[in-house]
Design a protein around this ligand. Structure first.
Ligand code: NAP
Length: 494
C-alpha cells in the first residue's frame, strides 16, 4: 500500500472524454493502492446540470472494469462532488471556492489543491485567471495546475498562453502533461542508458550511426476531425511526444535523477536541435495525408472525407523527418522520426543502430555485409527490448547470422503496470515534475516546429499521398535510403 496523499482535485471538464476514460479510472487505481484513502475529494465541474448522485453513478460506470466490489466503488465515488459551472462566468468560481473550503474541512485536506484542466486549451487562460482572482489558491497547502496538450499551436500562441497562466501560477506549480512521459518504457530509457555501462559508454556519435523513433497509429482521426484539421501530425505528435522522446534519448546524464536536473539536460538537447531553413525542410521532412483503401474487404475513406475535415485539406496526417542535434555527443548522427495515422499497425518503437565493425572478417566466406547491431526499445503495445547481434551460424565454415536477444514484459506485467495517467497524477501529488514539460522545453520545441510549418505553408502538397494501411508515403523510406539506411520497424515485413 502506498503512502496516503491528501488533496482536493478540481477537474474542469469533469463530464468530458478525458475525465471519463482516463482520470476517473486512474484515480480509482490510486485509491485501490492506498495513495488515496480517506483524505481526498474530487470536484467535477462542467456546464451540464448534474447532481452529485448522477455524477457518482457516472464515475462508478467508468471504473466498472476495475472494481473489486460495488461497495468499494461506491465508497470511492462518495468522495466525488459535482458543480455545474461555465468557466467564463466569474460568479461560479465563488461557489466553487465555497465547496472547496467545505470539502477541505470535511476531509482534512490540508489545503492541498490540484486543478486539472481537462478542457479545450482556449479556456486555460481564463480558468487560471479566475482561480487566482476568485481566491481558489490556498495559503498553506500546495496549489498545482495540470494542463493538457496542446500547449499553443506555435511559439507565439504558446508564449501568450504561458504568460496568461504565469500571471496566476509559478512555473513550479504548472504541470504540463505529456502522457507519453508516463509510459513505462519511456521511463525505462533512463534505466537502460544510465544503468548499463555497456550501453552508455557507446551512446554517442563514435558508435551510433542513427536513431529512429516511430509512433504509429492504425486508426484515422475518428471523431477528432475538427480539431485535427487545424493541428496535423507535426503539432499533434512531433512537437510534444516525439521531441520529448528524442530529448530523453539524447540528453547528457543528469547529476541526479531529480526533476530539475533531468529537465536541465532535456532543455539543452531541444535547444541544440538544428532549426532548418525552407530548403532544408524540403530535404529533411516529408509530410503525408492518408487516402482511401480497401482492407480485408472493407473500404476506409481518405482523410479528406472524414467528418469535419475540409475536403481540400492540406493538413498532414503523417510526418517523417531527419533531425540533427548540434552538440559534441551527437554531431553527425541523424535522428529519424515518423508518426502518422491509418498506418499499417499501431505501435511505438525506438531503434538505435550502431556503426558497422571496422573490418568485416567474414566477408570472404559470406560475400555479404554484416548487418549492424540494433538496440530496439518497444514502447507499446509490446513493452521490452531487443538487441540484434551477429553470431556464427551452426555448421561448417564461418558464416554469420543475426540473432535477437529479446526481453519483453509479460502480458500480465504490462496489464498490471500503472497506466500513464495514474503515474502522472501520483507524480503531481508528490510534487515531482520529472515527467512533465517545462516551459523552456515547450518554447524550444515550438521554435523547431515553427520553421517546418512555415516552410510547408508556402507550398501546397499533392494530397492524399499514401494509402490507408501503409507505412506512409514512399518519400519517408527514401529519406533513409539516401543515407544508406532503412526503417528497422516495418510491420509489413514481419
Ligand atoms: P471533451 O470530451 O470535449 O470535454 C470537454 C469538457 O469541457 C466537457 O466536460 C465539457 O462539458 C466542458 N466544457 C466545455 N465548455 C465549457 C465551458 N464553457 N464551461 C465549463 N465547461 C465546459 O474533451 P476531452 O477529449 O476530454 O479533452 C479535454 C482536453 O484534454 C483537451 O485539451 C484535449 O486536447 C486533451 N486531451 C484529451 C485526450 C482524450 O483522450 N480525450 C487525450 C489527450 C489530450 P459541458 O459540455 O458539460 O460543459
Amino acid at each position: 500500500m502506498g503512502e496516503e496523499k491528501k488533496a482536493l482535485f478540481i477537474i474542469f471538464g469533469g463530464t468530458g472524454d478525458l475525465a471519463n476514460r482516463k482520470l476517473y479510472p486512474s484515480l480509482y487505481r490510486l485509491y485501490k493502492k492506498g495513495y488515496l484513502k480517506d483524505h481526498f475529494a474530487v470536484i467535477g465541474t462542467a456546464r451540464r446540470e448534474w447532481s452529485n448522485d448522477y455524477y457518482r453513478e457516472i464515475v462508478m460506470k467508468n471504473i466498472e472494469e476495475l472494481t473489486e466490489s460495488t461497495e468499494h466503488a461506491a465508497a470511492f465515488a462518495s468522495h466525488f462532488y459535482y458543480q455545474s459551472h461555465n468557466v467564463k462566468d466569474t460568479e461560479h468560481y465563488v461557489n466553487l471556492e465555497k465547496l472547496a473550503c467545505m470539502l477541505d474541512e470535511k476531509y482534512q485536506l490540508e489545503q492541498n489543491r490540484l486543478f486539472y484542466l481537462a478542457m479545450s486549451p482556449k479556456f486555460f487562460g481564463i480558468i487560471a485567471k479566475n482561480i487566482k482572482e476568485q481566491n481558489l489558491l490556498t495559503e498553506n497547502g500546495f496549489d498545482r495546475l495540470i494542463i493538457e496538450k496542446p500547449f499553443g499551436h506555435d511559439y507565439d500562441s504558446a508564449y501568450e498562453l504561458n504568460e496568461e497562466i504565469r500571471a496566476s501560477f509559478t512555473e513550479d506549480q504548472i504541470y504540463r502533461i505529456d502522457h507519453y512521459l508516463g509510459k513505462e518504457m519511456i521511463q525505462n530509457i533512463s534505466a537502460i542508458r544510465f544503468g548499463n555501462q555497456l550501453i552508455e559508454s557507446m551512446w554517442n556519435n563514435r558508435y551510433i550511426s542513427n536513431i529512429q523513433v516511430t509512433l504509429s497509429e492504425s486508426l484515422g482521426v475518428e471523431e477528432r476531425g475538427g480539431y485535427y484539421d487545424t493541428s496535423g501530425a507535426l503539432r499533434d505528435m512531433v512537437q510534444n511526444h516525439i521531441l520529448q522522446v528524442v530529448a530523453l534519448l539524447a540528453m547528457e546524464p543528469p547529476t541526479r535523477l531529480k526533476d530539475s536536473e533531468i529537465r536541465d539536460e532535456k532543455i539543452k538537447v531541444l535547444r541544440a536541435l538544428r532549426v532548418y531553413n525552407d530548403e532544408e525542410v524540403r530535404k529533411n521532412f516529408v509530410r503525408g495525408q492518408y487516402g482511401k483503401s480497401t482492407i480485408e474487404g472493407s473500404t476506409l475513406h481518405g482523410y479528406r472525407k472524414e467528418a469535419n475535415v475540409d475536403p481540400e485539406s492540406q493538413t498532414e496526417t503523417f510526418v517523417a523527418g531527419k533531425l540533427f542535434i548540434d552538440n559534441y555527443r551527437w554531431a553527425g548522427v541523424p535522428f529519424y522520426v515518423r508518426t502518422g495515422k491509418r498506418l499499417a499497425e499501431k505501435g511505438s518503437q525506438i531503434d538505435i543502430e550502431f556503426k558497422n565493425v571496422p573490418l568485416n572478417l567474414f566477408q570472404e566466406e559470406a560475400e555479404e555485409d554484416l548487418p549492424p547491431n540494433v538496440l530496439s526499445i518497444f514502447i507499446s503495445p509490446v513493452e521490452g527490448f531487443s538487441l540484434k547481434l551477429n553470431t556464427k551460424k551452426i555448421g561448417p565454415g564461418m558464416r554469420t547470422e543475426p540473432i535477437h536477444l529479446t526481453h519483453t514484459h509479460s502480458a500480465e506485467m504490462t496489464a498490471n503496470s500503472p497506466e500513464a495517467y495514474e503515474k502522472l497524477l501520483l507524480d503531481c501529488l508528490n510534487g515531482d515534475a520529472t515527467n512533465f514539460t517545462h516551459w523552456d522545453e515547450v518554447a524550444a520545441s515550438w521554435i523547431f516546429i515553427d520553421a517546418i510549418r512555415q516552410a510547408w505553408n508556402k507550398v501546397e502538397c499533392a494530397f492524399p499521398n499514401y494509402p490507408s494501411g501503409s507505412m506512409g508515403p514512399i518519400e519517408s523510406d527514401d529519406l533513409l535510403k539516401r543515407d544508406g539506411f532503412h526503417w528497422h520497424w516495418e510491420p509489413e515485413a514481419e
